[in-house]
Write a protein of this length. Structure first.
Length: 459
């Protein structure tokens, strides 16, 4: 049984085909019982007004489809919306009256009606945040709307009793324990617990791992307090992720923070294992295990993160692939390019020397791991936010490293080539972030904004 209830309000002559397509997408995403469409959901002989009012009262969300002729008068100069018995008006009035999130859905070039253009009973509709659905971008636009609906359902998930909408056909009432809500709560607090343990463990082991981390980084000061700060650095995204999960906001950003912190710890583990003989690895492995538990629990508790993504379009995928390849070259060859650009004596390019360096493979793997999914598939907004956050953290990492060890680096007279190396590496990371945005350019034009009734849907 789905815990999502959506009422589709539409004018047949204006938005009938959009309503049908949207219904099909809602059914695919949330199940057949998740949607109410008047023609299908009312049995012959039922009182239409009572059935509509009862159905709306059971819904979490009402989608009001507004086409270009929604307010247009008929041949006699009368607007149907001004008729108190108008079906569409009765449905919207019921939605505004009940605890239903009413979302205006602007179809193609339709504009949001102003309060002065609406009957007094519908004036609150003009203050509701709208979304837009166009014919030529229906898949991505409707995916944005489904993400919003999923987040609203997640915020309402604390209710333990639900009545399936489909019962309006027979007038019967069924109740059932809202098992998905229990699962979401358990997953959320599992995530929070794992993140709290991670942050505390990073803080508790800072002093013993600082020198080890510093010794594993070539061309950087091998002493000073910055090594301890670098080990503690993943705690920043970990704490941010924990706050987002507790607030039940931004699951995509939270997942991106968790995976970004895990990538930083993995980088440290690989460098320590390769360059500091005899160093213990248990601390790194334990932190990675805790972050893995947090990520799995978060995905288990957030349906929007598990949305099946269709194949991406060819043009954005090609552009994203080009940017991904540029990112791979800049990040992987940054040391050699830095020597070349800074005028330092540089030897002929030696591919074997680069491929034998662990840092090279980590630098190359990041664009493949982050950009690969967005090139191949058209992700949901929540999934996209996770990858954008992960890519952004990779841009910030070398910058934060230099900030943390600025005083030590100044005393050691860090050579120009190391700074140029960082700049090239950051440029490659920026190309990686641009690849993510280019692959999902249609989605990036949409922001999930606060909806009416104070229900916020951050990504």
């Amino acid at each position: 049984m789905s815990d999502v209830r959506v009422f589709i309000n539409y004018r047949r002559r204006d938005t009938r085909h959009v309503a049908g397509r949207l219904r099909d997408r809602i059914v695919t995403q949330f199940g057949a019982d998740a949607v109410f469409v008047d023609v299908e959901s009312i049995l012959p002989g039922q009182d239409y007004v009572h059935a509509i009012d009862d159905a709306v009262s059971r819904c979490l969300v009402m989608c009001v489809l507004i086409g270009e002729s929604w307010l247009r008068p008929d041949a006699n100069g009368r607007r149907r919306i001004d008729d108190e018995r108008d079906r569409l008006r009765l449905e919207i009035e019921a939605g505004l009256r009940h605890r239903t999130v009413v979302i205006p859905v602007l179809v193609d070039e339709a504009t949001m009606p102003k309060a002065a253009e609406l009957p007094a009973s519908l004036e609150p509709l003009s203050r509701h945040q709208a979304v837009r659905v166009r014919y030529d971008s229906f898949t991505s636009d409707s995916d944005h709307l489904l993400t919003v609906i999923g987040r609203i359902a997640a915020k309402e998930g604390q209710a333990t009793e639900q009545t399936p909408l489909g019962d309006t056909r027979t007038g019967t009432t069924r109740t059932s324990k809202d098992t998905p809500s229990v699962v979401r709560r358990a997953a959320r607090w599992t995530t929070v617990g794992a993140l709290v343990l991670t942050a505390l463990y990073l803080l508790g082991t800072t002093s013993e791992l600082g020198d080890v981390v510093a010794a594993s980084r070539p061309n950087l000061p091998d002493s000073g307090s910055w090594g301890a700060l670098v080990w503690l650095l993943p705690a920043l995204p970990v704490v941010l992720a924990g706050l987002l999960v507790v607030a039940r906001a931004g699951p995509g950003v939270a997942l991106g923070c968790i995976t970004g912190a895990a990538w930083w710890v993995l980088l440290s583990l690989v460098l320590v294992a390769a360059r500091v003989p005899g160093a213990a690895h248990g601390q790194h492995v334990l932190v990675l295990a805790l972050l893995a538990v947090a990520a799995v629990a978060l995905v288990a508790g957030e349906p929007a993160l598990r949305t099946r993504a269709p194949a991406n379009h060819v043009r954005p995928a090609l552009l994203a692939t080009v940017l991904m390849l540029v990112a791979i070259v800049l990040r992987g060859l940054a040391p050699w390019l830095a020597k070349l650009l800074s005028g330092t004596a540089v030897q002929p390019f030696d591919a074997a020397a680069f491929t034998g360096d662990e840092a090279f493979w980590l630098a190359v793997a990041a664009p493949l791991v982050i950009c690969g999914p967005v090139v191949a598939a058209e992700l949901s907004l929540v999934q996209l936010r996770a990858l954008v956050t992960l890519a952004t953290l990779q841009v910030l990492y070398p910058f934060l490293l230099r900030v943390l060890m600025f005083s030590d680096a100044a005393q050691a007279h860090t050579p120009l080539v190391a700074l140029v190396d960082d700049l090239i590496f950051m440029a490659g990371s920026m190309c990686m972030l641009s690849s993510v945005r280019a692959a999902q350019s249609e989605k990036m034009r949409h922001g999930v904004q606060p909806l009416a009734g104070g229900v916020g849907v951050p990504q």
